[in-house]
Design a binder for this molecule. Sequence first.
Ligand SMILES: [Zn+2]
Length: 1018
Amino acid sequence: MDKRGSEMTTSRGKENTGQGEKKDLFVEYTTDRRTGCYLSRFQVSCLILGNLFILCTAVALVAFVKKERVIYGTSMPDALCSCETPKPYANATLEYYYVKNQTASVTAWSENLVEVENTTLANGSVRQEKEETKVIPEEEVVAPAYEPWKIIRLSRDLLPLLYDIYLKVDLEKLTYRGSVDMYLHCTKNSRFIIFHISHLYYEKNSVRVVNNATSQDLEIVTQFRYARNQFFVIELRSELSAGTVYRVSVGYYGYLHEDLRGIYLSKYVTPSGETRRLAATQLQSTDARKLFPCLDEPDMKAAFRLTLTYQEEYEAISNTPRKSECMENGWKTTTFQTTPIMSTYLLAIVISDFAHREVVLENGYDIRVWSQPDKINQTEYAIGIISQCFKFFTEYFNITDVLNKTDHVAVPDFSGGAMENWGLVLYRETALLYEPGVSSSENKLMVTLIIAHEVAHTWFGNMVTMAWWDDLWLNEGFASLLMYFAMDAIYPEWNVFTLSVVAKEVFPVMVKDALTTSHPVSTPIATPDDIAESFDSISYSKGMAVLRMLMGFVGKEDFQKGLRMYVTKYKFQNAKMEQLWDTFSEAVDNQYDIRSVMTTWTRQMGYPVITMRAQADFFHLTQNRFLLDNNNETDVNGSSDSFTWVVPFTYITEDDDEVQLIWMNESSAVIPRTKDRWILANHEFIGFYRVNYEVSMWGKLAEQLHLNHSVFPEANRAGLIGDSFNLARAKLLHYDVALNMTTYLKHERGYAPWTAFMDSVEYIRSSISKSGAYVLMQKYLRDLVAPVYDSLDMTMEGVLPERYLRQIILKLACEVGHKRALKYAKEMFNRWMREGMTLPSDYSAVIYTVGVMEGGLEEWDYVWNRSQATNVAVEREMLMSALGQSQKPWLLWRYANWIFDPDRIRMQDVRMVISYLSKRPLGRMISLHLLMTKWDKLNEQFGFDNFLLREMIGEVTQFVNSEFEHNQLSTLFKDKPPKVARKETLNSLALIKANINWMNENYDVITKWLRNHVSGML
Ligand SMILES: [Zn+2]
């Protein structure tokens, strides 16, 4: 999200007319950029008409006729450069009204509007550095009787209206120094002001509390930090009175580290070998307090007015367009337009020397994509997709983005995949950049998905935000579902719902959610660590899946209607899950009680398995919680498994392909029986549940697969494999039955069933990888995949599902040693290495892997050097992934240890390297050894990064299945518990126990089945 100060806006002439702040602020929002939403117009209209929603809908009916204009390279400075010192925002309340798109409490608050001239904390007046303020340990605080700072959540006695932030970022000294004026509206008399601060040094004498109406200072009795809750506490002599606006000012400074949190340092190397610096931000979830003191909770929404000073060779961008800019003594100062009302975690800054590409839509909406200058060619794909996604979602929600621009930046160092900061979306490079001819189809899909996800957040997350982090899934589940809507509209031929939703998201999360260590989608959380842990696949993928199920039974039209109503109703506000369900009930005219249906899916962890038993004339259905490890009686999370879900149960039969829906409100239900004919449940795999048939019914389904598998939707063919293997793993079905569902695959050309199969069988392959049956399994897989491989041409033609299929078939064929496939890959690798041939991008990942697997030190070093030389991030990932799959232990050990060397492996890539190593048995042994022998070092170096450590533990231990290793890990985690990710250590131990049980119970059965089938196929 590198954002430049340059602004595309036309006339700025009305600014600084000397008519005071009020006029200036108004002009700021009437800048004529869009046909649609001007906030101030909204605001004023709402005040007059008192009816926001009608207006909102009306102005949003904007026809998008796209007119593109593409600009390469960095922009010219803005012609209008005012070096006037901006005035402080005495009239914060008024500005708040201009940007806040709602009418609540206007009358009460407007009584406090008094124009006051005040020069406190004027922009540019950098304070004298004071000595570092000591953090007072808890026990030393002489606490008055009432100690509100000990409560982890902030009170709502003070609500922020506006933050006026000034920040000077020095990319040479790697420091930042700033001041903030917080305009807080008091709702209840109190002597305390509490806000968040973390990793910042505050300047003690800078702290002031002023009555915004009278400009009078309030006397401060004590001020201290309460580190445990990351609080700053001010105790006043007199009480703040309800209904009054106060200005709280704090000066502070901090340091730029490469820690990927708050405002941080990132770097890149130019083609000529010069290292360049940039500053970027990542504030979600609780790191806004690391950038500036603030009330850092998502429902404490406010407007933000930001001024940045930085070295003049850089450009700064933020959420909103630049308002003014000036240069002085080698420093540039940029002031940005006030943001919409939004949560603190959405603020963003990038200060860099990046290049950008730009498109302006017909309605004036300005889209820019930024990257390192020599990668700007790789942004062409992204900007097209961003435009299409904006167009799609604007029409879908019937509400335009309230900002008039959006910047998207590929940041060289980034902790997650991407971050949806309003107006300034940041990505890791692989998530935004796309190089035709080098990036594969998979990369294309990923880039498209991530962009669509981030753009969807404009409405879900940014405009409407969850009230607290326990409903993070509202943001993430919706963005994760909506991204597929956009993709399906852009690429209907990709069949993304089957290709990606079912195979790539729903199946994997169903495995995770079937463990006793799972958690409900909506789960109580309090601390920053809890919050960090909630960013997991349960929030994203299960959240998405249960919403998809909701869409399945209310229908697409009513689903869209519900979403529109919800976003319109809660725009610029926060909402709770119940409010969402009630809005949906309203949308379907109370045809369903959505709240009571959906609560069973979001407040309970796990999901049901529906078991079908044949009676005389009907099938008897029962539901039970599905658990992978049935030996575990109690949950780690303390819940019992006596759960019941309200299940929308769908099915088709051999005689009737019309989809039937029945509701299972209780633990059992009945449906008519189809004798001697198959019945297939969970049509299109829309329901988040598994189905277990009687063995004879599984047999009928298997027969149909052999006869003509295309009778079943592709998602269901995948589902039959996914369900049967998971049921077998949970001891609810014999492995024979599950394995019988796979023999038809010789004829299968669908991507989803093959993926479901490879994922399902992966567990077996990995578990038996150190035993004799492994050879049999490899042979069975070879027999299945060989005819499919031999029937495909390794071209790059066709639509995405076809290309995807060829990719995974080549991968599997090479893994199991199909000679033709290996020969192809080896030859391609050699020609690439020796002759510099360009590889077909879809297959290059497999080809690199085969080259490294079959090669030695020379091949390894060559691939490593190429990974360091390429400027295409996805190519680097493919090459680095291949390196983790060498069959030489010493090379793998050397590679694993490089994670401690940031000059070789960047901090952001550590997680990836661990996962590359965990792809094969040998690498898994090496990475487990690393985890156990370098545990202290891992914690020391990465212990602050919850996400990284959690992923690492999960990856490395997922297939461990010996008592010996379980005991070793258990002792390690107990003796040296990690500072973060403790929950993951419990998860991992529980999973290992389940793995051990699995081996004891299934090894012989599977070996026997394989022996029968492999010999039969010889
Ligand atoms: Zn998201």
